[in-house]
Design a protein around this ligand. Structure first.
Ligand SMILES: CC1=C(/C=C/C(C)=C/C=C/C(C)=C/C=O)C(C)(C)CCC1
Length: 299
C-alpha cells in the first residue's frame, strides 16, 4: 500500500490544482461524486468480506450475516436519533481508529496490540481534528444540526493541541522501540503538512473527499480485493465491483431520496454524515476482522 501512497500524493496535488481552477460549487459536486463512487463502494462489500472470513472457518449462512449487519445499522440509526451527541462522539472515535488502522496496519511498529490500537486511534483522530480546525465554521454548523450542541472554535483548537501532543509522544515511543521508523515518520510529517494545506484551501467536502478517497478508500479497496480474491487484477476488480453493485445501488438510492426530501443544504450535510456514520460502525468492525484474519493466514 506504500506504493499507492506515492500515487495518493500525486492525486492530492491534482486535487489542489482542481481547487485552484474550479468554482466552489463544482468542486463540491466533484467531491460528492468521488465520495458516492469510490467512498461508498469501499464500504459496500462488508458482507462479502464477512462471508469470506466465515467461510474460511465454517459454513456461516449469508442471510445470518446480512441480518446481523442490517440490525447493527438500524441500532446505530436509533442511537443517533435518541442520543445524537453520544453517537457522534462515538462515530468520530471509531472513525479515527478506522482511518489510523488502514494507514498503519502494514507498518511493523514492534509494539503490543494495545499500544498499536491506541496509536491508530490517536493518528486517525489527529487527521480528523486537523480537518475540523481548518474547516471549523462548517463543522460547528453541521455538529449543531446533528446534535443541537454548539461546540466552539476554542474546543476544536484545544482538542487539536492535545491530540498533537499525544501523537508526538506516541511517535517518540515508537521511535524508541523501533529506530527504523525514522524515515517513515518523516514521510508522515510530510503527509500531514500536505493534508493541512488541502484542508485549509479547499471546501469541507473537497478536503474530506481528497483524504477519504485517495488516502483511505482506494487503499482499502485494493486491500479488500487482495483479501477476497488473492490478487489484484482487472478480473478481480471487476468481480468486486459486480458483487458490490446491489449494496452500492441501495446506498445511492437512499442518498437520492435524502437529496429529494431535504433541499436545505445544511440539513442535507448533516444527514449525509449521519448516513456515513450508520455504515461506518459495522464497516470498522468488518475491516478490523479482515486485518485480524490476515494475520492468522499465510500472506
Ligand atoms: C468531516 C465531518 C465530520 C466527520 C466525519 C467523519 C468522522 C467521517 C468518517 C467516515 C468514515 C470512517 C467512513 C468509513 O470508511 C462531522 C463530525 C460529521 C462534522 C462535519 C464534517
Amino acid at each position: 500500500m506504500t506504493n499507492f501512497y506515492n500515487i495518493a500524493i500525486v492525486l492530492s496535488f491534482v486535487g489542489l490544482w482542481i481547487n485552484a481552477i474550479l468554482p466552489q460549487n463544482l468542486e463540491i459536486i466533484l467531491g460528492f461524486l468521488l465520495i458516492f463512487s469510490f467512498g461508498i463502494l469501499h464500504g459496500s462489500n462488508d458482507i462479502l468480506i464477512l462471508d469470506t472470513i466465515e467461510n474460511k472457518k465454517s459454513q456461516f449462512p449469508f442471510l445470518k450475516i446480512l441480518i446481523t449487519y442490517v440490525i447493527t445499522v438500524l441500532i446505530v440509526v436509533v442511537v443517533f436519533y435518541m442520543l445524537p451527541s453520544f453517537a457522534l462522539l462515538l462515530f468520530i472515535l471509531f472513525s479515527g481508529f478506522h482511518f489510523g488502522q488502514q494507514h498503519w496496519e502494514h507498518k511493523d511498529l514492534n509494539v503490543s496490540m494495545v499500544v498499536k490500537n491506541m496509536f491508530y486511534a490517536i493518528y486517525g483522530l489527529l487527521v480528523l481534528n486537523l480537518l475540523f480546525v481548518c474547516q471549523s465554521k462548517d463543522v460547528i454548523n453541521i455538529v449543531d444540526i446533528i446534535t443541537g450542541q454548539k461546540i466552539t472554535v476554542t474546543l476544536i483548537q484545544y482538542t487539536f493541541i492535545v491530540n498533537t501532543i499525544l501523537l508526538i509522544t506516541a511517535a517518540g515511543y515508537l521511535l524508541l522501540k523501533n529506530s527504523d521508523l525514522k524515515s517513515q515518520l518523516l514521510a508522515e510529517v510530510f503527509y500531514l503538512l500536505l493534508f493541512a494545506i488541502i484542508f485549509k484551501v479547499g471546501t469541507l467536502i473537497w478536503s474530506f473527499a481528497i483524504y477519504f478517497i485517495f488516502w483511505h478508500s482506494i487503499p482499502s479497496l485494493l486491500e479488500q480485493i487482495q483479501f477476497i480474491y488473492g490478487n489484484i487484477s482487472k478480473k478481480s476488480i471487476w468481480d468486486y465491483c459486480k458483487k458490490a453493485l446491489p449494496y452500492w445501488l441501495v446506498s445511492l438510492t437512499g442518498m437520492a431520496v435524502l437529496v429529494y426530501l431535504f433541499e436545505d443544504t445544511a440539513l442535507f450535510y448533516a444527514l449525509f454524515f449521519s448516513f456515513i456514520a450508520a455504515v461506518t460502525f459495522p464497516h470498522t468492525i468488518v475491516i478490523n476482522k479482515l486485518f485480524m484474519n490476515k494475520k492468522t493466514q499465510p500472506e
